[in-house]
Write a protein that binds this ligand. Structure first.
Ligand code: ZN
Length: 230
């Protein structure tokens, strides 16, 4: 079962397998919501098998330091985003649209720095942590972006795409993407996973068929699909 924990500006997810795994930790200020969600499911922070970060941005890694301290459990992050965690900074946030440029000053905030316990370079299986699934590399938004792909056909995709602010079940390009061509390849990789549903870092979930909307056009056209209403 996947529980969406809605933060102030983004989602994190609690995956309830044989053991619970937390995917992302929200933005600074979201910690009470995360702890409340854990309490609601009768989970102590120390019972988390793993805390996986889809990438090192402030609204995903914003409470990693505090949750690492509170839980004593390992925090996993791809090595390519290690510097972001070490500095507690977002680094480059390349806007993909006018909207991205407008909101950037409001979302680009520092966060408590931390050192990940599990700094990985390749994907890895989640079975050792009690969840049927795996972490795969889906870089582009940041160079260390990853997705959690579950055996249920669900994928927690971080900021590879976002949900729509207006339409349910629709995907949109994320506001920021540091390497759109690489992100396009990550979309293709996700599409080959035979997924049913994607759960993004911002706004609502959407069917995996939405991935095809972006893959059926050229990578260059993907760059231009950046306004909100379609
Ligand atoms: Zn991000």
């Amino acid at each position: 079962m996947i529980v969406r924990i809605k933060g102030a500006i983004s989602n994190c997810y609690l995956v309830l397998g044989d053991r619970p795994v937390l995917v992302d930790t929200g933005a600074p200020g979201d910690l009470p919501r995360i702890l409340a969600a854990l309490r609601q499911h009768k989970i102590e922070p120390a019972q988390l098998a793993l805390i996986v970060l889809t990438h090192g941005h402030s609204n995903h890694a914003g409470n990693a330091a505090e949750l690492q301290r509170l839980s004593g459990r390992p925090v996993a992050l791809h090595a390519n985003d290690a510097l972001l965690a070490h500095e507690g900074m977002n680094g480059v946030l390349a806007a993909q649209s006018d909207l991205g440029r407008i909101i950037r000053p409001f979302v680009d905030e520092p966060f408590p720095a931390f050192e990940p316990d599990l700094l990985f370079r390749d994907g890895f299986p989640l079975e050792p942590y009690g969840v049927r699934g795996k972490v795969i590399l889906t870089p582009g938004h940041t160079l260390g972006s990853t997705s959690v792909v579950l055996a249920t056909g669900d994928a927690l995709i971080g900021d590879v795409l976002r949900g729509s602010m207006i339409w349910p079940n629709r995907a949109r390009p994320h506001f920021f993407c540091n390497d759109p061509a690489l992100n396009y390849r990550s979309l293709a990789l996700l599409a080959r996973e035979g997924l049913l549903r994607c759960h993004p870092g911002n706004f609502g979930s959407f069917p995996a068929s939405q991935l095809g909307r972006f893959l059926s056009t050229s990578g260059g056209e993907f760059l231009q699909l950046s306004g909100e209403p379609v």
